[in-house]
Design a protein around this ligand. Structure first.
Ligand code: TMP
Length: 236
C-alpha cells in the first residue's frame, strides 16, 4: 500500500490517503490537549503507546465479534485503517463515577454504579462536544435508530470485554470514550482505545494510569502511559 497526501490533522493524529480508496494510514503524535484544546502539551512516547495499545485492543475485540476499522500495524506510530465516515458521536461508557459525570451529578469520583451507563456527546469542537440524547440524535439526523441500536449493543459488549481484560492486568476500567464509523453500510469501531480515551485505575492503589494525570497536572504522565504499556504486555 502506498502512502499519499495528508487528508486531515487532528489533535493527536494525522491521517493520510493511500493508493486504495478504501484505506487510510493514521500516524499518532505525542501532542496532547485537554479541555477542548485549551490546554496543550506533549507526552513523550504517547503516540507509540496509543497506536500499539489501540491496535492490541481492536484485535482483541475483533476476536470477540466486534467489527473494527483496524487493518495492519505498519510501525510503532502508523497503522492502516479502513477509511470510514465517522458517526459524529462520542460514545461514553462508565463503570464508576468520575470526571464530568461526578461534576454534573455531584457524585464523588470512584462511586460504584448499579450498572454501567452509556451516554452520547455530539462531536463538535466548536460547541465543546455537548451531551446529546437519543431523541435529539434522531431529530438532527446524526445517526439512524438502527445505527444507535447497533452502536449501543457494541458499546456494552466492548465494555464487558475490556473490563475483564483490564481486570486481568490489575486495572479497573472506570470509563472510556469510543467512536464508530460507517464503512460500506456497516458500523465499525473506529478511532482509538488508549490512556487518552479511558480512565484506568490500579486495582490495589487506585492510582491513575491515564490522561487525567495530564489534564489535572498530576505529574508522572509518561510513567503512567509506560506502565499501561507494560501491563498490557506490549513493553519492549
Ligand atoms: P469525561 O468524564 O470528561 O466526560 O470523560 C469520560 C471519558 O471519555 C474518559 O475516559 C475520558 C474520555 N474522553 C475522551 O476520550 N475525549 C474527550 O474529549 C473527553 C472530554 C473525554
Amino acid at each position: 500500500m502506498e502512502k499519499r497526501e495528508q487528508m486531515y490533522e487532528g489533535k493527536a493524529k494525522k491521517v493520510f490517503a493511500t493508493d486504495n480508496d478504501d484505506y487510510c494510514i493514521v500516524s499518532y503524535k505525542d501532542d496532547a490537549t485537554a479541555f477542548n484544546g485549551e490546554k496543550k502539551g506533549t507526552i513523550l512516547g504517547k503516540g507509540v503507546v496509543n497506536n500499539r495499545m489501540s491496535n492490541f485492543m481492536f484485535k482483541l475485540l475483533e476476536t470477540k465479534g466486534i467489527p473494527t476499522d483496524y487493518v495492519e500495524e505498519l510501525s510503532d506510530r502508523e497503522t492502516v485503517l479502513k477509511k470510514v465516515n465517522i458517526v459524529p458521536l462520542e460514545v461514553i461508557i462508565r463503570n464508576k463515577a468520575a470526571g464530568s459525570f461526578s461534576k454534573r451529578f455531584g457524585i464523588p469520583e470512584g462511586t460504584d454504579f448499579n450498572e454501567p451507563t452509556l451516554e452520547f456527546c455530539l462531536k463538535d469542537d466548536s460547541l465543546g462536544d455537548p451531551m446529546i440524547n437519543e431523541s435529539q440524535i434522531y431529530a438532527i439526523g446524526a445517526a439512524t435508530k438502527e445505527e444507535i441500536a447497533r452502536i449501543s449493543e457494541y458499546a456494552y459488549k466492548i465494555n464487558e470485554v475490556m473490563v475483564e481484560f483490564f481486570k486481568s492486568v490489575n486495572v479497573d476500567l472506570i470509563d472510556f470514550k469510543i467512536e464508530f464509523g460507517r464503512f460500506h453500510g456497516e458500523i465499525l469501531l473506529a478511532d482509538e482505545i488508549s490512556p487518552d480515551t479511558c480512565r484506568f485505575w490500579d486495582v490495589n492503589t487506585q492510582e491513575k494510569l491515564d490522561k487525567d494525570r495530564f489534564r489535572r497536572d498530576m505529574g508522572g504522565v509518561e510513567d503512567a502511559y509506560a506502565e499501561m504499556m507494560k501491563r498490557v504486555g506490549l513493553a519492549d
